[in-house]
Design a protein around this ligand. Structure first.
Ligand SMILES: NC(=O)c1ccc[n+]([C@@H]2O[C@H](COP(=O)([O-])OP(=O)(O)OC[C@H]3O[C@@H](n4cnc5c(N)ncnc54)[C@H](O)[C@@H]3O)[C@@H](O)[C@H]2O)c1
Length: 444
């Protein structure tokens, strides 16, 4: 016999179970086949449909993180039968170039990877040796000689504006890495260069190409969690991070510019436009970093939604089991995406809860509907190539890149002035002065 106090729980349990049956109601649609592939292998096969690049799962995670070639990857080019091939080049041959761009151009049936440029010519030679293309030490010389149709700009953020304008002025379409540039004025110049040369400008916010992120967006837009109310994001990585291209004053920003920009873009894509930002930041390791290595922002959206975004370069990085996660809460439910470390081939976890009166019922979503590893990077390059062929705009445009930079700068200004900053910004704040003051306070 059930005791009287457990009867409500029993009723909720039975009701909840019935709700999960596909034929019963709105929850049924969560389990319907065909939303996403139901097996990881099928998913990868689908991704590589019509492609002759054959990935194999590897346990050599470090290799992928630091961009050394995936030794088990076979990369065989062939004629796609889709017309002439795009001539692709990459400027900056560091980690992002290797993970996000070069390998995917090299394996694309409609692309010829013609050139790689890096001031450190050995970096360009290394990539050329593994993926093809001619190495150059000088990006402008490369553009003059090779006349590529499309250029990925993967140099440090302080160079994105110069390299994007240079490539556009040589008639190439540009996919620049995020963050777009340190200031909104540079973003404007990049967009103006694309406009006057009639070329496409995209910003590599690869999270937009993550199937899990797409599914979260679909659910939010479909009203599965009711009216979205607030969100929460954290991303902690790289304790005492010392990489040369990050943490320095000339980058114009630290962890919030670098990783916060990803989530600002993601929220804009999921929820809507940002109205105002307030928050604080710190330089916890001033002996290493000249810009913020910890920041917490409260971001307000035009539709009334709000989110806290916390980014740090102070965490235990890859040993941390969940270094990046976001929760979105709505009037009828909630959804959480938790990403494992980059070096981990585990799929992200997506959980959803639905409100049943005063109870919250969790729905487990098939994790194999999600990407693992770096395949969203492949989708990003595939989509950019398709955009150029079909004459449409990419997932994230220059305007999207600029909007996130505006919000990043608003956080810096908010910290400096101790108040909420509304968007749009009239102009970029003097971030150099802000960071110098912050670091001096810490050192003295
Ligand atoms: N989307 C992502 O997943 C992702 C991941 C990492 C980095 N990024 C972004 O990519 C960009 C590069 O970051 P990274 O981690 O690859 O840095 P990195 O330091 O590994 O590589 C940068 C490369 O650019 C080269 N370079 C510097 N100045 C140059 C110049 N004037 N001309 C040509 N080459 C030049 C450097 O020699 C270096 O090889 C940054 O904007 C970063 O935020 C994105």
């Amino acid at each position: 016999m059930l005791s009287p106090e457990v009867i409500p729980f029993f009723v909720v349990y039975i009701f909840g179970y019935a709700q999960l049956l596909p034929e019963n109601n709105r929850l049924g649609k969560l389990n319907r086949p065909g939303i996403m592939p139901h097996s990881l292998d099928i998913s990868i096969d689908d991704l590589y449909n019509n492609r002759r690049i054959v990935p194999e799962r590897s346990t050599e995670h470090e290799d992928d993180l630091y961009g050394r070639p995936h030794t088990k990857e076979k990369n065989i080019k062939g004629d796609s039968g889709m017309g002439s091939k795009l001539r692709a080049a990459v400027i900056g041959c560091g980690m992002a170039a290797k993970i996000d761009h070069i390998r995917w151009y090299a394996g694309h049936p409609d692309v010829d990877l013609v050139a790689l440029a890096d001031v450190n010519v050995n970096a360009a030679k290394f990539c050329a040796q593994h993926w093809g293309g001619k190495p150059y030490a000088d990006a402008e010389e490369m553009l003059k000689i090779e006349c590529p149709d499309v250029v990925s700009v993967c140099s440090p953020v302080a160079k994105h504006c110069q390299h994007s304008i240079m490539a556009a002025d040589h008639g190439a379409h540009v996919l620049t890495e995020k963050p777009m540039a340190p200031t909104v004025e540079e973003c404007d110049q990049m967009m103006e260069a694309a406009r006057r040369n009639n070329v496409t400008l995209g910003v590599a916010f690869h999270k937009r190409y993550n199937a899990g992120a797409e599914e979260v967006r679909r659910r939010i837009k479909a009203g599965d969690i009711g009216q979205p109310i607030f969100g929460r994001t954290y991303w902690t990585i790289y304790a005492g991070h010392t990489r040369e291209s990050r943490g320095k004053l000339e980058t114009g920003g630290g962890c919030f510019q670098d990783h916060g920009s990803h989530w600002l873009d993601q929220y804009r894509w999921w929820i809507g436009e940002i109205a105002a930002v307030q928050g604080m930041m710190e330089i916890i390791y001033p002996e290493v970093n000249e810009v913020e290595d910890h920041a917490v922002a409260l971001v307000e959206f035009e539709n009334g939604f709000s989110a806290t975004i916390e980014t740090s370069w102070v965490g235990p990085a890859h040993e941390h089991d969940q270094l990046e996660a976001t929760w979105i809460y709505g009037t009828e439910g909630a959804i959480c995406v938790s990403l494992p470390p980059w070096t981990n081939y585990q799929p992200p976890t997506v959980k959803q809860w639905v409100r049943n009166g005063n109870y919250w019922q969790s729905i487990s979503l098939p994790s194999d509907m999600l990407f693992f590893g770096h395949y969203h990077y492949k989708r990003q390059i595939d989509d950019f190539v398709a955009c150029l062929k079909e004459g449409r705009q990419p997932g994230a445009t220059g305007k999207d890149g600029r909007k996130t930079i505006e919000a990043v700068l608003a956080l810096y200004q908010s910290h400096a002035e101790g108040r909420k900053i509304s968007l749009p910004l009239a102009k970029s704040p003097d971030v150099r002065a802000i960071f110098e003051r912050l670091r001096n306070q810490k050192l003295n």
